[in-house]
Design a binder for this molecule. Structure first.
Ligand code: C5P
Length: 230
């Protein structure tokens, strides 16, 4: 199906301990954000793409793609949900309709395979709710207790990691995020907002290497991988 994309990129990424937000760190000769945008920009069914940036972001204007007319920019907010909502408002101006599909994808996930994106679109095309790419937990999982000791072992067959893109209908996503924000509920991804209003998003198994760059070693791993690939 045709789809819109919102990329929240207004976060600070403090866990990277870098001199700039992580999406502006270098990977294979360009910034992480440029690679992320490339995952979508030439897709034949893309209707439009909105990028949510921090108000005073000094790094974006320096990129070659800053003047790309296919990329609409909006100012993000304090929480991820604010940044995504700002993107959705711009989509209204671009002509998005209530039932249109919107994909939300982390700026710091540059290694999304086209095959994963297309499988998400195909598997959810007729779904009443929508869903997200996710990966089954691989390791044995422990709940941590006092003094860094194991409190219990969790049944890993029931645990998946939430990845992005996350794919929902425009109106449902907008309403769920707005309600969650008003209620002060912490939503760290879009699916949590849908869950909070009683929906059950579908999990579509994706590749584990569509990782979110969070810590320095994540970026190091991807740099080495891409050095072999290119
Ligand atoms: O911090 P974390 O890695 O969970 O952020 C996920 C994504 O949400 C990042 O792309 C980040 O830039 C974005 N974000 C945002 N606005 C915020 C906080 C995070 O756009 N206020």
């Amino acid at each position: 199906p045709p789809f819109w994309v919102v990329i929240p990129a207004a976060g600070i990424g403090s866990r990277m301990r870098a001199d700039r937000p992580k999406q502006y760190l270098q990977l294979a000769g360009r910034t992480i954000l440029e690679h992320t945008l490339d995952c979508f920009l030439d897709h034949p069914r893309l209707k439009g793409l909105v990028l949510s940036l921090a108000a005073d972001d000094p790094f974006w204007p320096a990129l070659p793609c800053a003047t790309d007319p296919r990329i609409q920019r909006v100012e993000g907010g304090a929480e991820r949900a604010d940044s995504v909502l700002a993107g959705l408002l711009r989509l209204v101006e671009l002509g998005a309709q209530e039932g249109d599909w919107v994909l939300v994808h982390d700026a710091a996930r540059p290694n999304l395979a086209r095959s994963d994106l297309d499988r998400l679109l195909a598997e959810l095309a007729d779904d009443p709710v929508g869903g997200l790419l996710a990966v089954p937990a691989r390791d044995t999982l422990k709940r941590i207790g006092a003094d860094g000791r194991v409190a219990e072992t969790v049944d890993r067959s029931l645990i998946w990691q939430a990845y992005t893109p996350q794919m929902f209908r425009f109106a449902a996503l907008h309403r769920a995020l707005a309600d969650a924000l008003v209620a002060g509920v912490a939503v760290t991804d879009e699916a949590s907002a849908l869950e909070w209003v009683g929906q059950a998003p579908r999990l579509v198994e994706g590749r584990a290497d569509n990782l979110k760059i969070t810590r320095p070693e994540d970026l190091e791993w991807l740099r080495q991988r891409w050095a072999h690939k290119h």
